[in-house]
Write a protein that binds this ligand. Structure first.
Ligand code: ARG
Ligand code: ZN
Length: 874
């Protein structure tokens, strides 16, 4: 059944307070739920439920007189009543909950995940975000198995019970929607820190981890403290609780969850020490910890009226975590570090969101309809949503944006609201009309802006014509902020004078494109000045402009805007790789190597920047740029490209490797991380070329490096190379060292799943993956393993997944079958990995279609997986 945004109706009954009593047990937990409900309109009281064994249900102490119960929806008629007490008793089996939604077991502990619709798998409840309730929760469990008992808010009581059981009572002072409920009952150890908030309150911060992992909790704690400070300083937002807990769990469907006062995290985004976590892991932990913390205001204090508004909290919170990380990086590593962060964020958008926006699941950041809401936790809602918020920030400026945020909270604190409410607050606080801007919430597909540049040499003017087109509705132009600069012949930014201005001013201007086509005239600009458009990626669009290779090489070497400098390199690489993929005798052009060389050897540029500038675009992005996606042809081009760059620049890579060695103890610092990243990239190119010295260095580092960034970088370089034997030795040694460490083994699986085939003699990656599913460290029940072994194959290894014999697709379909039964949310995510099948060659399309159609014939498809497959088939 499809749910439509337009069908939203408030409920007739709300729940003011809820008291939950959990008698916890791995196989049979009893949940007693007492709700005080009040009428707020005409109609029955509605309770939703899924997969529950219901033992009792009473209204004011008696069985309800008029009650319907169909498709997980109970309706109770209560004519003449305005307030009732409803008691529901249910029984659940956490150990049988393989979906990891609701109350489930992981490593012997009990955990919950309720967003979006998991609470109804614990008890009957009006499980919608617009029902905000005050929760009191009592947890009772065996003391030995579950010494730690946590829920949202403040601990108000605890004590011993008979038969080795104990209890804890928690009270959350803030009304909240049920999706923010959480409990944890497990054997954990805790890292404590006390801090004083801006208004002088002392608060307790805690990170809970499994015994033995305490030495990996510090970075998460530091990140939490930094996030707390940043939100105070940047947005005047203070922590509103006396106690704030983060709990790491090994089995978790996604990244983390912002439950009020009790965040539950995939352990991957908590645990770090230099020996086991890479620089990238450290960076992700910092941003995810911050993301969940920022939700406390943008999501929890002000929440969503319905799930169509998801981007209200997610787009805004991603924007906030991006800004936070950028500030942290800039504090330690200067403005280049900030620019590199922006580049990484845009790379994610182009790799994950652009294809989504061009495929059968394309949707506006605020969707109009869905079948399974879990399918809409997407790159569009999150990442494009964040770009939309960023455009507001650009249009209104930091102060205007802050004023809008202040007004938003003053109006809506404690409420469940819509995206319109947010944009209206921004508009009112700034006296700016944002009606046209609002179209970003309903458009889907990536818009294109065509740029045409015409110089008038005599008058020294330059006319920039910008034309926008939308894939959906071309007659409703969007408001698109386009940041623009010009560079002169020696590479300097030119102060710009727009027609009508008295004198030249800033070198970067933000033009507001609001019509389908608009002209902007710059005065005093000589022919030959080079335009640099969409600086900083000021809008989530494709900027189309005719540029010669020479112009791209020039901007790659000189553009004053680091983002555009990177983008020029990406354009040059994309163009070159696509030409190579289309050629019978692919070769890397000399001019390209020279441009690459120039960046590599410009030691005035930060290593971190050189790394991103010299990293090839992802294959997913490149395939999206091909008229007909041909993974085999692209892979051949990629191999020749990496080998050529490794061979032609071998001495340079080796020289930088030596020069950039980072002395001393490992520290997470953007400068050090940049040096390590460039050395790792060098090893990738060198090993690809089977360079003798490069392979030797990688072997040494894979075996002996003190930190995981270097060790794993070296391992990856070996696995991603024709040096088959060296790779195998390194993999075996790595496995022996880290076989007992689940998070590190995730990397070990992922790197093998992403392995290219460098020669026909090399065994096919798929066969390797099939063998790895039998590895003792692999488990179908652990989402991280699914993502690292299968996800990494489907997503990062197109040439092997889209094999011409169709074996990759058959493997995919079998995995979907397994996961559909076990964990539909994860299954649906994997199902999406073939959604763009129509983009591929006719032969591949035929093979993919067979598998998709075969799956759709299965009777027991979950709504999640069915929605994806039906949309894919169209
Ligand atoms: N709200 C969480 C976050 O972004 C993610 C929850 C995802 N839920 C889901 N069903 N996929 O931090
Ligand atoms: Zn979020």
């Amino acid at each position: 059944p499809t749910i439509h945004r337009a069908d939203y109706r408030p409920l007739a009954w709300t729940v003011d307070t809820v008291e939950l009593y959990f008698s916890l047990d791995a196989e049979a937990s009893i949940v007693r739920n007492t709700m005080q409900c009040t009428r707020q309109g005409d109609g029955p009281l509605v309770l939703l439920h899924e997969g529950l064994m219901r033992e009792d249900l009473t209204v004011n102490g008696a069985p309800p007189k008029a009650m319907r119960d169909e498709d997980g929806r109970i309706e109770i008629d209560l004519d003449g009543e305005d307030a009732v007490e409803v008691v529901v008793v249910t029984r659940v089996n956490p150990s049988a909950n393989t979906e990891l939604s609701g109350l489930y077991q992981s490593a012997g502990g009990l955990f919950t995940q309720c967003e979006a619709e998991g609470f109804r798998r614990i008890t009957c409840f009006p499980d919608r975000p617009d029902v905000m309730t005050r929760f009191t929760v009592t947890l009772e469990a065996d003391r030995r198995d579950y010494p730690v008992l946590l829920s949202n808010g403040n601990l108000v009581e605890q004590g011993e019970l008979e038969a080795g059981r104990h209890y804890a009572k928690w009270e959350d002072p803030f009304p909240k929607p049920s999706y923010l409920f959480a409990l944890v009952a497990a054997d954990l150890v805790v890292l404590d820190r006390k801090v004083t908030t801006v208004s002088g309150r002392e608060v307790l911060l805690q990170v809970y981890v499994e015994a033995g992992n305490l030495d990996r909790a510090d970075h998460a704690m530091d990140s939490l403290v930094n996030a707390l400070r940043w939100d105070e300083e940047t947005f005047g937002l203070e922590l509103d609780l006396d106690r704030y807990m983060i709990v790491a769990v090994g089995d978790f469907n996604m990244g983390a969850m912002e439950n009020k006062g009790l965040n539950i995290f995939n352990a991957k985004y908590v645990l770090a020490k230099p020996e086991t976590a890479t620089d990238v892991d450290y960076e992700h932990i910092e941003s995810v910890v911050a993301h969940e913390y920022f939700h406390n205001w943008t999501g929890n204090r002000v929440t969503c009226r319905d799930w169509f508004q998801l981007t209200l909290k997610e787009g805004l919170t991603v924007f906030r975590d991006q800004q936070f990380s950028a500030d942290m990086l800039a504090r330690a590593g200067g403005e280049t570090a900030r620019a590199v962060k922006r580049i990484e964020d845009v790379r994610v958008l182009r790799t994950a969101q652009f294809p989504e926006d061009a495929g059968p699941m394309a949707h506006p950041i605020r969707p109009d309809a869905y079948q399974a809401i879990d399918n809409f936790y997407t790159a569009t809602v999150y990442e494009k949503g964040a770009e939309v918020i960023r455009m507001l920030h650009t249009i209104l400026g930091p102060e205007g944006f802050r004023n809008g945020m202040d007004l938003y909270f003053s109006y809506h604190d404690g409420q469940a609201v819509t995206c319109d409410d947010f944009v209206e607050a921004m508009s009112e606080a700034n006296g700016v009309d944002l009606d046209q801007f609002m179209r970003w919430y309903s458009q889907r597909g990536t818009p294109t802006v065509h740029a045409d540049v015409a110089f008038d040499g005599e008058a020294e003017t330059c006319t920039l014509t910008l034309t926008q087109s939308r894939p959906d509705k071309d007659d409703e132009p969007l408001q698109i902020p386009v940041a623009v600069g010009f560079i002169n012949a020696v590479g300097d930014d030119i102060p710009l004078r727009l027609q009508g201005e008295a004198e030249a001013g800033a070198t970067t201007r933000v033009l507001q494109l609001t019509e389908r086509q608009q002209q902007f005239v710059f005065e005093g600009l000589r022919p030959g000045s080079v335009p640099s458009l969409l600086r900083g990626f000021s809008a989530p669009v494709v900027m189309a402009i005719n540029e010669s290779d020479a112009q791209l090489a020039f901007r790659m070497a000189h553009d004053a805007d680091p983002f555009n400098r990177w983008d020029a390199a990406q354009r040059y690489m994309t163009r070159t790789l696509l030409a190579m993929a289309a050629s019978d005798a692919p070769e890397v052009p000399r001019a390209f190597i020279a441009a690459f060389d120039t960046v590599l050897n410009n030691i005035a540029l930060d290593p971190a920047f050189r790394t991103v500038a010299l990293t090839l675009p992802s294959e997913a992005y490149l395939l999206e740029q091909m008229d007909v996606a041909d993974p085999a042809a692209l892979r051949r081009a990629m191999i020749i490209m990496t080998q050529t760059l490794g061979r032609a620049l071998a001495d340079d890579w080796l020289g930088h490797d030596e020069a950039l060695a980072v002395p001393g103890e490992y520290r997470y610092h953007p400068g050090d991380a940049g040096s390590r990243a460039l050395r790792n990239l060098g090893l990738r190119y060198l090993c690809a070329a089977n360079d003798h010295q490069g392979v030797g260095l990688a072997e040494l580092r894979a075996a002996n490096a003190k930190n995981m960034s270097e060790r794993f970088g070296a391992l990856m370089a070996l696995v991603q190379s024709p040096a088959v034997e060296a790779a195998q030795l390194a993999l075996t040694a790595f496995e022996q060292t880290f076989g007992g460490d689940a998070l590190v083994m995730d990397k070990w699986f992922a790197v093998q799943a992403a392995a290219w085939r460098w020669s026909p003699e090399q065994p096919a990656t798929l066969e390797r993956i099939e063998a790895l599913t039998q590895h003792p460290a692999f488990s179908l029940g652990n989402p991280n393993k699914i993502y690292s072994l299968f996800g990494s194959f489907f997503r990062n290894n197109p040439a092997e997944f889209h094999r011409p014999d169709g074996a990759g697709y058959r493997f995919w379909a079998d995995r979907i079958r397994e996961l559909n039964a076990r964990n539909p949310q994860v299954g649906a995510r994997m199902a999406r990995m073939l959604e763009n099948w129509r983009r591929y060659t006719p032969e591949l399309q035929q093979l993919a279609r067979e598998q998709i159609e075969g799956l759709l014939k299965e009777e027991a498809l979950s709504p999640d997986v069915r929605e994806v497959l039906e949309k894919a088939l169209g």
